[in-house]
Ligand binder design. Structure first.
Ligand code: NAP
Length: 314
């Protein structure tokens, strides 16, 4: 009988039960047990932990882990809380999640391209104010991050007729997409983008990346979409760039502290759209299937699924 899989989360009970049921459907041969229900012996024996917002102390109480499988794609908090000595961390890489994120990027790009925030303001002021149509082929969308999510978004935007540029840590070649890397590459991308979409992981390198000097590189009237992590953008610098009309609008799905406090100036700002971290929710059924495939593969021949580089931070 295989050793039990520890399920370590700080999710609400209902959500925890729903995940347990989805995981049990995809791995009927496994015993997946919430951390609190594991005996001391089972804690010693567990070789795999499936985690979602786990308490780091619970993970530390499982000394025999070969790897930790996250149910989420973004693992910045895990990396920070577990530290470099943690067992390998496998994050969720799910084509369905990439599709949902690419759909969100296209939807909110259209929102900005078709000037929906400005038409909303016109309506509230009872003004009849047509604006010039901007053809997608005349607009450049700059993607910060060309990983799983950035690449899917890039292709969706290209299909919709936009010009696409992208920035990554290492140099990348992509058909029909102008790619950049390094500090000069970032400056080039920011200065040529009508809309910048952030899909970077939060690391020591990307924290505070979009600050006043970098936002000032964007063309006057450009827009920002942040679907990655709040701390990549310096909030006060973004508000200042919107107030001086350097930037036209920001669509923000992520914030340094979530839920965003009711007192936040973002809520009432006419040039900000606040979303409650919904751009790409995890789809339980597909995610559970991917976790099952990774675990079954490891049980069969010891193949460890691709894991996070803890020093790189993603
Ligand atoms: P990924 O596959 O690891 O890709 C990360 C990309 O960012 C890569 O292209 C990487 O460059 C680039 N990058 C990392 N550090 C960089 C740096 N210092 N300078 C320039 N480029 C850098 O990650 P992913 O799956 O696309 O996910 C990205 C992030 O999206 C997650 O970390 C998470 O924070 C966020 N997310 C948000 C939601 C939501 O609902 N809002 C949902 C899921 C995920 P290389 O290609 O050179 O490695």
């Amino acid at each position: 009988m295989p050793t039990p899989i520890a399920f370590v989360t700080r999710l609400e009970r209902e959500e925890e039960q729903s995940w347990l049921a989805a995981l049990a459907r995809t791995m009927p041969e496994e015993r997946i047990i919430p951390f609190r229900e594991l005996s001391m012996q089972e804690r010693q024996e567990a070789q795999i932990a499936i985690v979602a917002n786990p308490d780091p102390a619970d993970v530390a109480a499982l000394p025999g882990l070969a790897f930790i499988h996250s149910l989420w794609a973004g693992v910045e908090r895990l990396v920070l809380e577990l530290g470099e000595t943690a067992p390998p961390i496998v994050r969720l890489v799910d084509p369905e999640l990439s599709r949902v994120m690419a759909e969100a990027v296209l939807a909110w790009t259209y929102y900005l391209q078709r000037d929906m925030p400005a038409y909303r303001r016109s309506q509230e002021a009872r003004q009849w104010l047509p604006r010039a149509y901007r053809h997608p082929a005349d607009m450049t969308i700059g993607l910060l991050g060309l990983g799983e999510l950035g690449t899917a978004a890039a292709h969706r935007l290209l299909e919709a007729g936009f010009k696409v540029e992208g920035w990554s840590r290492t140099a990348r070649q992509m058909t029909a997409i102008k790619t950049h890397h390094g500090e000069d590459g970032l400056a080039a991308l920011l200065s040529s983008s009508d809309i910048v979409v952030c899909l970077l992981p939060l690391t020591s390198q990307t924290r505070g990346l979009l600050n006043a000097p970098r936002l000032a590189l964007m063309p006057k009237g450009a827009c920002l979409i942040n679907f990655a992590r709040g701390a990549i953008v310096v909030a006060d610098d973004l508000l200042a760039a919107l107030d001086t009309e350097q930037l036209e609008h920001a669509v923000l799905d992520v914030f340094e502290t979530e839920p965003l406090a009711a007192s936040s100036p973002f809520y009432a700002h006419p040039k900000v759209t606040v979303l409650p971290h919904i751009s790409a929710p995890t789809t339980e059924a597909t995610a559970a299937q991917i976790v099952a495939t990774n675990i079954t593969g490891w049980r069969k021949d010891g193949t460890l699924p691709a894991s996070i580089d803890m020093r790189r931070g993603y």
